[in-house]
Write a protein that binds this ligand. Structure first.
Ligand SMILES: [Zn+2]
Length: 509
């Protein structure tokens, strides 16, 4: 049955009580109120299954370097207008040296020329690398003699001096030196992020790697009716933060804490993704294993003991994916009754064919971000060489019977889910005339499932949401075109007219 429909939908106390299919548009009935959307199409409310809500709001509030097309442009923006101070620090995020004419990693010397005295910390677009100046290194106490931390790397020049690029766990020293954000800033970030999400048709977000201290802010905003999208939280668990802070699962209509989030490796862009063979463009480099299989198993056991029903593990490289599947197998063997705990592999970007059946055997869900494929294709080709055939395997996952849910990883990519659906269907990186490895494309209807019903299956909520039918939650997105049948090249022009979340209507056009 198609997910996109036209007709009359009656909503009472947050639930859909009747649906009459009829061509010509969508009419919503709320008691005696009716709201008409002529020629429009309704779909189940779209879910972003992997995103960072606070990160998006902060990216709006702070400098955003995503579109800077060269190192000089980055420096100019940071210097002239596109930066914010945090205490005495200058911070911004979103640079991507892969999009510069000279795609070398920047250095502290590049920043020192402009900022000799003020500490500057600029996060790479993927969130897995920091570019800092000498003053920032000094503040964080990082010198030539500082060892690489576990799961991180301080890049060094020929003389052994830090270059100013810090990978993964090595970024922590800088974050600890920054003054903390205030709860008011976090609250404003959440509200502005969800306003933006709602305007592009999202009604629910799987929020990943949430800080324990931010959870009460979400809970309060939910109680005050200020969340325009439902939020499910996966709490930071890399260093067992959830356990140290005594965080337990919660239930609630608009906010619930459902799981923990771990990182098995870094990202391809910064060569932190753990590969089984060396990088094609760095023959000595295999990437970073941020947690061993044993450490993953230990954290999962602890999370299950705390009552969590979902475990999300970031794995981008094929070696990291294998390690995570090893951990999942050990848990399934040791706890035969653990089948109600959902396992997810976030990103699942490079996956060897022999590992795909292991997703099915362990019940692992592939949580993918289709726009990563189209925006990273040229970089991924350089990093992986011929192993590129193992990357972004959407059709392979679906054909094997793996549950595929989709997200954007915002603020790493645009929060607009329609662009994700377009990437799923067309798989065409900017500047390419043809689809890239087209055998892995999926249909628009399958793409829409990944953003709706499959995301709810991944969170055990499909009995309440993911279809427009009597008895289901009134979570609905209304668009000016039918996503399932619209010509793929027209997808990016689709506009969101309204969203309904728990029976509350938000009109966007
Ligand atoms: Zn992420």
């Amino acid at each position: 049955m198609p997910l996109a429909i036209q007709g009359e939908i009656t909503i009472v106390r947050g639930k859909i009580v009747s649906v009459e299919h009829r061509a010509g548009g969508v009419t919503l009935h709320f008691g005696n109120n009716r709201v008409e959307f002529p020629d429009a199409w309704a779909t189940p409310g779209l879910v972003d299954a992997h995103a960072h809500v606070v990160g998006l709001g902060i990216a709006f509030a702070e400098g955003y370097l995503q579109s800077a097309s060269s190192l000089e442009e980055c420096l100019r923006r940071v210097a002239q207008y596109c930066y914010k101070r945090r205490g005495e620090w200058i911070i911004a995020r979103g640079w991507n040296h892969e999009q510069w004419p000279n795609p070398r990693l920047p250095t502290r010397a590049d920043l020192d020329g402009v900022f000799p005295d003020i500490p500057v910390a600029l996060t790479r677009v993927d969130g897995h690398a920091l570019w800092v100046n000498s003053r920032a290194l000094e503040r964080a106490g990082i010198t030539a003699s500082t060892p690489d931390p576990n799961g991180g790397a301080i890049l060094r020049d020929k003389r052994g001096e830090p270059t100013g690029i810090l990978l993964d766990a090595a970024m922590d020293a800088i974050y600890q030196a920054l003054p903390p954000r205030t709860p008011t800033e976090i609250e404003q970030a959440i509200v502005s992020a969800l306003t933006a999400c709602s305007s592009v048709g999202l009604t629910e977000i799987h929020d990943m790697d949430v800080l324990p201290e931010d959870l009460p802010i979400f809970t309060r905003l939910a109680e005050e009716g200020k969340l325009r999208c439902r939020i499910l939280s996966w709490v930071r668990g890399q260093h067992e933060e959830w356990h140290r802070e005594g965080i337990l699962p919660t239930t609630g209509e608009f906010h619930r804490v459902v799981g923990i989030k771990l990182f098995a490796d870094g990202a391809l862009g910064s060569r932190g993704a753990a590969l089984s063979q060396p990088y094609a463009d760095a023959p000595e480099t295999y990437g970073l294993e941020l947690l061993s299989t044993e450490q993953i198993v230990h954290r999962i056991e602890r999370a299950i003991g705390d009552g969590f029903s979902s475990i999300a593990v970031h794995a981008i490289g094929d070696r990291a994916v294998s390690n995570v599947l090893d951990a999942f197998e050990q848990i399934r063997d040791r706890y035969p009754h653990s089948s109600d705990v959902r396992f997810r592999i976030e990103h699942s970007q490079v996956v060897r064919s022999e590992d795909i059946p292991r997703y099915v055997r362990t019940g692992a869900i592939a949580s993918v971000q289709p726009i990563h494929c189209t925006s990273d294709a040229p970089m991924a080709e350089r990093r992986l060489g011929e192993r590129i055939r193992d990357a972004y395997r959407w059709r392979s996952f679906l054909d094997a019977g793996v549950l595929l849910c989709a997200g954007s990883d915002f603020p790493v990519e645009s929060h607009n889910p329609i662009l994700g659906i377009e990437a799923f269907v067309r798989r065409r990186p900017a500047g390419y005339t043809d689809a890239w490895n087209p055998s892995e494309c999926i249909e628009a209807a399958e793409a829409l499932e990944a953003y709706t019903i499959n995301a709810h299956r991944a969170a055990d909520l499909a009995y309440r949401r993911g279809t427009i039918a009597s008895g289901m939650d009134a979570d609905i997105s209304i668009f000016d075109h039918n996503i399932e049948t619209c010509p793929p090249e027209e997808l990016p022009t689709i506009r969101t007219l309204a969203t309904v979340v728990g029976g509350t209507l938000y009109e966007h056009a």
